[in-house]
Design a protein around this ligand. Structure first.
Ligand code: ST9
Ligand code: ZN
Ligand code: ZN
Length: 340
């Protein structure tokens, strides 16, 4: 059962404002965080994160090497399959279910998606969804955690290497999170995250190949590093590349774009111009449920067995009107005819 909404939500996009410089330049310290402005925003670098991300990226590169020359075939299948589950935990779980409430899920599906989301270590569901709701509500302002106006590197990974802008915390408090505070899967995962996350992201995926088919420990470890870092970078591309390179068929005034490459490696999450305009659509895209959009296929499957319900989407008429009003004219430029 699919609900077609016919009204647009208001206030999702605030017109982009540049770094607040004027008033803030008099205010070098805020919430205990040094944020200096002298015409330029200065980052307060978190060196612990820099060192960790440097190590895991080098380890992931080495993981490619051992993957090619030493890994057993079963380990390759394991890494791909396990990584795929983690990705679906992010796309169908953290993103479309918990951050956007674009469909409802029975507890069985929420438990499964909660386990999958823990595999991905992209912070616990509550923090992930809070940052993401703030990203949508305050897009392209200082309150946007990975504000694309601050460039590719910042929106890709840089935002995880520095203290957050005070606006993220100040305005972030305006976002209602009470629904997630009442979801036992989200509450449980948050409470035990420091036990569950290392188990699901690092320990189990490394030890399974070692004990079940006698994989070398260090080979398994570097493959784990590769799996995690690859999935992080694929996800981060939605924040960087899909806010930079592509068409804007639905709203040309925002930075989010339609990007087929990102959609293909991101399980359907690269149709980002559409997604920012209609964030409540469970498909996160206009066209062809199955057009580079495995996540939609998964939600449809669970809808068929009754574990996902109240799927929200948008009427073609409303999309057409919105594209005509604010789009760049490229809607359907590359669509198969039967979908026009
Ligand atoms: C990661 C996340 O990688 C990736 C998310 C990507 C999102 C993509 C979206 C695209 C959608 C589609 C998905 C496609 C997927 C495709 C998959 C294909 C495979 N609102 O953070 P703190 C307050 S994580 C309101 O410590 P600092 C709050 O009170 C990678 N309030 O700030 C908070 O306390 P608490 C692994 C907010 O000190 C307090 O501030 N994780 C908000 O500035 C302190 O918060 C890491 O590496 C808000 N939004 O530190 C961890 N935010 O939480 C990295 C904060 O108790 N993170 N507050 O309520 C850190 O180390 C730190 O967060 C920091 C900032 C250094 C970045
Ligand atoms: Zn975005
Ligand atoms: Zn979103």
């Amino acid at each position: 059962d699919t609900t077609v909404l016919t009204t647009e939500t208001k206030g999702l996009h605030h017109s982009a404002s540049h770094f607040a410089r004027g008033a803030d330049s008099q205010r070098p310290k805020e919430n205990g965080i040094a944020v200096h402005y002298d015409g330029q925003l200065r980052h307060s670098i978190v060196w612990r994160n820099v060192v960790i991300f440097l190590y895991v990226h080098l380890a992931a590169l080495y993981g490619i090497y051992v993957g090619i020359f030493q890994m057993k075939a079963l380990t390759a299948i394991w890494v791909l399959g396990y990584g795929g589950l983690g990705a679906l935990g992010i796309t169908a779980g953290a993103h479309r279910l918990w951050a956007h409430r674009s469909y409802k899920a029975r507890w069985q599906l929420r438990v499964i998606l909660g386990i999958f989301q823990t595999i991905a270590f992209q912070n616990h569901i509550y923090e992930w969804a809070r940052d993401h709701r703030v990203h949508h509500k305050f897009s392209e302002t200082d309150a946007d955690p990975h504000n694309a106006k601050r460039g590719f590197f910042f929106s890709h990974v840089g935002w995880l290497l520095v203290r957050k802008h005070p606006d993220v915390k100040r305005k972030g408090k305006l976002v209602d999170m009470s629904d997630l505070e009442n979801d036992f899967v989200v509450v449980f995962q948050r409470r035990y995250y420091l036990i569950l996350m290392p188990l699901m992201t690092f320990i189990i995926p490394t030890l399974v190949p070692v004990y079940l088919w006698d994989e070398d420990f260090w080979t398994a470890w570097y493959c784990t590093m590769f799996r995690w870092v690859a999935s992080l970078n694929f996800t981060w591309l939605v924040n960087s590349a899909a806010h930079m390179w592509g068409n804007k068929p639905f709203d040309e005034s925002i930075s989010a774009v339609e990007n087929l490459s990102v959609a293909s490696i991101g399980y359907g999450e690269g149709w980002h111009n559409y997604h920012h305009v209609f964030p409540w659509d469970y498909k996160a895209a206009e066209l062809g449920t199955y057009r580079a959009n495995l996540t939609t296929g998964l939600i449809d499957f669970f809808s068929r067995i009754g574990w996902a319900y109240d799927l929200k989407t948008v009427s073609v008429d409303m999309i057409r009107r919105r594209a005509a009003r604010t789009g760049d004219g490229s809607r359907h430029a590359d669509a198969p005819l039967e979908e026009l």
